[in-house]
Design a protein around this ligand. Structure first.
Ligand code: 13P
Ligand code: SF4
Length: 303
């Protein structure tokens, strides 16, 4: 990719000079994922790695809640995000005040919050979860009812795998809610050999059609291990592009949907971020401690 080469060289030079580390989510574009990232992964992996890094500066190539999570686990480090507007429809679907109202409505019911939420929301909850550990987290309380917020579809997909009664919220991922069982059926009808792998943020009828459902890292591992001849990754477009070179024999069948928030992060913005040390992500100390506790409980449970 010659067009990217000057940016890649400049970013990697500046990264070394500044003593910075780049954490990139699996939905970042291939030139970020392959050429400048030090650590790549799903939300859980990035949360865990954020707590282990030695560097003084973290550049988070992902969306805002991911950078906040890194800041929560590394309060003494500088956490930068190349575009402060990189949000998330799930994170924006709920506020701390909403969670307080839910607690009034369901007194005594533990609240599990998906990691795709603001620090303000995490601070109001008992523990975080990601798509790869949600069932384990929900069952860790040993009670019969748990609130699992804010993703309605993730909650329904968890409910299908546990006896715990799951109450939820009406948040949705704007990328995954667009996939339909009808469109997947059309691909299956055209080619019955095709394997379908879906993210649990998809509607339940989509997940039910999948040969495998899991976090972005789970999906990558499935393709790496199983090497299906033809696979449809029901998730964000960059996933297939990022792993294609590792599994050249696998044919990736699209449709895929772009996450406009993830796509706000680009090489020029990463370079700017390192040059000018911007945009710095901070978390109000009044909420940071409680939010950190919710993330750490999850990390400790899944270690
Ligand atoms: P993962 O935790 O599976 O990486 O998912 C994060 C996300 O934003 C999916 O839309
Ligand atoms: Fe949020 Fe969906 Fe984008 Fe993930 S893909 S960051 S859940 S909007």
């Amino acid at each position: 990719w010659p067009v990217y080469a000057p940016y890649v060289a400049a970013i990697n030079r500046l990264k070394a000079e500044r003593g910075a580390v780049i954490l990139a989510h699996n939905y970042q574009t291939p030139e970020i994922f392959h050429c400048v990232a030090d650590i790549v992964g799903d939300s859980l992996q990035l949360a865990k790695e954020a707590g282990k890094v030695d560097a003084d500066i973290i550049v988070q190539c992902g969306v805002h809640f991911m950078a906040e999570t890194s800041k929560l686990l590394n309060p003494e480090k500088t956490v930068l995000i190349p575009d402060m507007k990189a949000g998330c429809s799930l994170s924006e679907s709920i506020t701390g005040a909403d969670v307080r109202l839910l607690r009034e409505r369901y007194p005594g019911v533990p609240v599990v919050t998906y990691v795709n939420t603001s620090a303000e929301v995490k601070a109001e909850t008992d523990i975080c979860c990601t798509s790869s550990n949600a069932v384990q987290v929900v069952e860790s309380f040993g009670v019969d009812t748990v609130l699992c917020i804010p993703d309605e579809y993730l909650a329904q997909n968890v409910a299908a795998q546990t006896d715990v009664k799951i109450l939820t919220w009406k948040g949705h991922c704007e990328v995954h809610e667009r996939f339909t069982a009808e469109e997947l059926q059309a691909y299956k009808d055209a080619d019955p050999e095709i394997e379908i792998i879906a993210h649990p943020e998809c509607p339940t009828d989509v997940v039910e059609m999948a040969d495998y459902a899991g976090s972005t890292a789970g999906m990558i591992n499935y393709v790496r291990d199983q090497r299906p001849p033809k696979v449809l990754l029901v998730t964000e477009c960059s996933m297939a592009s990022n792993i294609q070179s590792e599994v050249p024999e696998v044919e990736f069948v699209k449709p895929c949907n772009l996450c406009p928030h993830m796509k706000r992060i680009t090489l020029p913005k990463i370079l700017d971020s390192l040059c000018e040390m911007k945009e710095e992500v901070t978390v109000d100390p009044a909420i940071a401690e409680r939010a950190r506790r919710a993330v750490e409980r999850m990390v400790n449970l899944t270690n």
